[in-house]
Design a protein around this ligand. Structure first.
Ligand SMILES: [Fe+2]
Length: 213
């Protein structure tokens, strides 16, 4: 089984674009979830803004057709470690893309991407950086430690943001942009994440956030 340390060491070899320094011109509303502008708005002023995508991505160069991202082509062995890390733990979670954020403390936001469920975990040598998720109707805020743990949530409906990070943190967000999970798949994932208990079912099933120890 790929350990957290092995994943962390693999991620450390990746040169992730600092979106604050990046002056590319591929920013459009259509690709809102992966663009530099989007990421810049996500980060706190002057805070780190390193963010990249593994797996499938689409942009004008690919005529908006999904294809393996640059990071996937540049670091196939790292993507292999990422895939094994999740598949050994949550084989039912089907994903097409993985956003990797390095020490990125997100401000309160919703995701504009068309997927619903995001699965997040984080690795590294850090404290803090917890993920806050706010229920859109009740306003109830839950805070989740994602370090070596998993949280599943609907980033398009629930506003979410991070606490300050101390140390070196990589967070990985797994999601699909071109397909969606079936009801049974979701059920199996939620069962695994909750260990069959209702303990963490504080948000509605389907939008639920929970933790796998
Ligand atoms: Fe997000």
């Amino acid at each position: 089984m790929v350990t957290e340390t092995e994943l962390y060491n693999a991620l450390k070899t990746v040169k992730i674009i600092d979106n604050r320094k990046w002056n590319g011109n591929r920013m459009t509303k259509r690709d809102g979830a992966t663009t530099g502008i989007h990421r810049k708005n996500l980060a706190y002023r002057n805070g780190p803004c390193e963010s990249g995508v593994f797996g499938m991505t689409a942009n004008p160069q690919s005529s908006w057709k999904p294809r393996p991202s640059k990071l996937t082509n540049d670091y196939p062995e790292v993507y292999d470690v990422i895939e094994r890390y999740i598949k050994e733990r949550l084989p039912d979670f089907v994903f097409e893309s993985v956003t990797v954020n390095h020490n990125l403390r997100c401000r309160k936001h919703k995701d504009s991407r068309n997927s619903t469920l995001s699965l997040i975990t984080s690795v590294g040598e850090f404290t803090g950086g917890e993920l806050n998720i706010q229920h859109p109707e009740t306003g109830v805020k839950k805070t989740f430690d994602t370090h070596g743990k998993w949280v599943i949530y609907d980033g398009s409906k629930f506003e979410h943001w991070n606490n300050p990070i101390k140390g070196d943190k990589y967070s990985l967000v797994f999601y699909s942009r071109w397909s969606s999970l079936g009801k049974d798949q979701k059920k199996r994932i939620l069962e695994k994440l909750t260990g069959g208990s209702e303990k963490f079912r504080l948000l509605e099933p389907g939008y639920l956030s929970t933790i796998l120890d």
